[in-house]
Design a protein around this ligand. Structure first.
Ligand code: MN
Length: 240
């Protein structure tokens, strides 16, 4: 048996814990939806009525946080305005292209809670200049995430709790900063997969950050961020 040898150290595989499993979810690409809650679009200076658009973070920006644990993120360089964006994250289990919204559920392995951390000052500079905004969005440790819950288990939870919607929220040092409901997504999960899979061929391991509610604001070193979506494992992160 031969294994591939590399000329420099090979990057470690990126993966997330899966609740109730010893096996992990391997991460391929990280897609993000921009401005997908109307109130957040308005706070960013837009109308909230535009087609979905996407950007990406490299997979190695993830900070995977084990179930029941607190993760840490280093306060990043160059920024004076590091913002939190709490988001529902979709984990793709079955790839495909040109999916319809109705076909999307069959392609979803599970869901998780994620933070799309943003160097807002750098992002805004790039936007003003009409330049790509990776420096504001796609830096190291910019995507802390909790464990993945398999989709069937989230559905089961919703049924047993009699819940048709899920709250999404973020607290910083115990104080609520962001709160909304998944039903308030401008483009719902099925519609996001429909749009995304028209532009890219989705593959197992892809993650999709679905957008953030209003209330984005700055954090500083020492802050503890606790975020959740009803029925999913909470995300607990300390900025150090
Ligand atoms: Mn976001």
């Amino acid at each position: 048996m031969s294994s591939t040898e590399f000329v420099i150290p090979a990057p470690p595989p990126i993966s997330l814990p899966v609740l109730g499993e010893t096996k992990r979810f391997p991460v391929r690409r990280v897609f993000c939806v921009g401005r997908n809650y109307e109130e957040h679009a308005k706070e960013m200076g837009y109308t909230g009525r535009e087609p979905p658009f996407f950007f990406m973070k490299p997979a190695d920006t993830l900070v995977p946080i084990e179930a029941g644990r607190q993760g840490t993120m280093n306060y990043p360089s160059l920024t004076q305005n590091l913002h939190h964006e709490i988001e529902l994250v979709v984990a793709v289990g079955l790839g495909g292209k040109n999916m319809s919204a109705a076909q999307a559920p069959a392609h979803i392995y599970g869901y998780a809670v994620g933070l799309d951390m943003t160097r807002r000052d750098l992002q805004n500079d790039m936007k003003k200049q009409g330049r790509p905004w990776e420096i504001g969005k796609s830096f190291e440790q910019s995507a802390p995430m909790g464990p993945v819950l398999p989709a069937a288990q989230w559905d089961q939870w919703a049924q047993s709790a009699g819940q048709k919607d899920a709250a999404i929220w973020l607290k910083v040092n115990g104080e609520t900063r962001q709160t909304s409901h998944i039903s308030q997504l401008i483009w719902n999960v099925g519609e996001i997969l429909e749009h995304l899979s028209a532009a890219w061929e989705l593959a197992p391991g892809d993650l999709i950050f679905t957008g953030t509610p209003a209330g984005v604001a700055a954090v500083k070193s020492g802050d503890v961020l606790l975020g959740g979506v009803d029925g999913l494992p909470e995300l607990n992160l300390k900025i150090v």
